[in-house]
Design a protein around this ligand. Structure first.
Ligand SMILES: Nc1ncnc2c1ncn2[C@@H]1O[C@H](COP(=O)(O)OP(=O)(O)OP(=O)(O)O)[C@@H](O)[C@H]1O
Ligand SMILES: Nc1ncnc2c1ncn2[C@@H]1O[C@H](COP(=O)(O)OP(=O)(O)OP(=O)(O)O)[C@@H](O)[C@H]1O
Ligand SMILES: [Mg+2]
Ligand SMILES: [Mg+2]
Lengths: 256, 256
């Protein structure tokens, strides 16, 4: 059974999509069959791996609200071993439509169960909110990765997110674990960055990944070509960072 | 009557809060009476001007849902001429509670009308979503500033936001104008940054501010001291950038 990992943080712009795309691509390059699920109506994961959201006729919205089988929606990407469950702007509607459905928090859990044994990993990119779609992702997930930008505001929201995860663990998904806190956009020359890293490591030392993702222009450039950074520039700090993250997760889960 | 300006973009981390705090502070330094409204449950504007959201007993939530008069909630900040209508995490609840209220899109419009004549400017910081609270802010506003990070993903969401603004102009708020598109976190050394600036100026030339906000560490540091950047380092590129933005807006509105 494949491991389902949600990438979540309600703080905006902390590197959720960048982590989802490049972790999924790194796992695929290591030949683990991986599915990337785009659970954000902005559909940045969809475009970041080369598909125009405007050309996606059916996506995650139809799976959640119209019970379309994910198999009919999933597309393979140019990266071997990497598939995508795409989204488009219609997904915004799901936030309201799910409200009236029985078992509304468990819809994504149900649909991912039908395909979980076809993948080694399923990576879910969440939107910057803790609404019903993100709640669905956290209920369906075995674990969650929390990207934290090395900036002041990013620290503020961490407590709230950890509270939400506790609530979900207590009421919706007892097996949800924290895969780890991932420090992103690190720039060692900045005092603030080093201060945030120190604060996070002091408060959360046992759940912080050893691997820190550095600020790297190649990570910002890759989505404009619609490819993961490992195909844009495999020698870049960004590529190496996310490959190291993949290896750290595999080691932690006893897979290498 | 004070001018109400919403700062909105559903893309996360593009500089909405940084723009709201530092534009409001710049207008206050120029001695325009200014109110900063924190319409994001993350309450980053509240903490960014020095107030701990956990210590805010009543905030915007109570004004929207319990009809508490804003006058009883507004606090003055250490910056002369700058007041704050604070928030805390309770605001998350308003998104659902407003759904069942008659006239649910016009609640904020009603409450800001009661205090609009006490200020020259009211600046509303929105969350990274286009839900009911942001819809309220766009319905209450005279104009909207759209911060756009000089990054690839930031361009993608612009079309969707402009569509949403058109819908609000047609159905909820005929007088809503676009004050301008503000390019943020600009770094002239990066090819991608220059490409995004060129793309935005080509597609939206008549609504893009002349002023571009550069990436500047002082802007990231200031919130950790709970003060606007102009009080943290008045000579910094960040301070000068937002002061120039304030002057550009004042000129455009025939106020200087
Ligand atoms: N390590 C990095 N170095 C440089 N740029 C980065 C890095 N990580 C992310 N970025 C860039 O920063 C911006 C924000 O990242 P991203 O979109 O992944 O964040 P997000 O959390 O998914 O945002 P949202 O909250 O809108 O979903 C993007 O333009 C991305 O390309
Ligand atoms: N010009 C800039 N230079 C350097 N850092 C900046 C600049 N503008 C914003 N930042 C930093 O980038 C991060 C994101 O900015 P900010 O929080 O203002 O974005 P936002 O759009 O309000 O995010 P959210 O979508 O979560 O509300 C913050 O840590 C902020 O301090
Ligand atoms: Mg994202
Ligand atoms: Mg903000």
């Amino acid at each position: 059974m494949g491991k389902i990992i949600a990438i979540a943080n309600q703080k905006g712009g902390v590197g959720k999509t960048t982590t989802a795309i490049n972790l999924a691509a790194s796992l695929a390059v290591l030949e683990y069959k991986t599915l990337l699920v785009d659970a954000d109506p902005q559909a940045n994961s969809t475009s970041g791996v080369g598909f125009n959201p405007k050309n996606i006729r059916i996506g995650l919205y139809e799976c959640l609200v119209q019970e379309i089988h994910p198999q009919d929606v999933i597309i393979s990407t140019p990266t071997p071993f990497l598939d995508l469950l795409p989204s488009n702007i219609d997904l915004v509607g799901a936030e309201i439509e799910l409200l009236n459905m029985p078992n509304r928090e468990r819809i994504m859990q149900g649909l991912l169960k039908t395909i979980q044994n076809q993948y080694d990993f399923i990576i879910i990119d969440c939107s910057p909110s803790l609404g019903l779609i993100t709640t669905n992702a956290l209920t369906a997930a075995n674990s969650v990765i929390i990207p934290v930008q090395c900036e002041y505001f990013a620290l503020e929201g961490l407590g709230k997110l950890l509270n939400t995860i506790k609530i979900i663990q207590n009421h919706l998904n007892k097996q949800l674990e924290i895969e780890g806190i991932l420090l992103t956009m690190y720039d060692g020359r900045l005092r603030l960055c080093n201060q945030v890293v120190e604060d996070v490591k002091t408060h959360f030392q046992d759940i912080v990944f050893d691997c820190i993702i550095q600020r790297n222009t190649k990570l910002g450039e890759a989505p404009s070509y619609g490819i993961p950074v490992i195909h844009h520039d495999a020698e870049s700090k960004g590529s190496i960072g996310y490959l190291n993250l993949a290896k750290e997760i595999l080691q932690k889960n006893g897979m290498i």
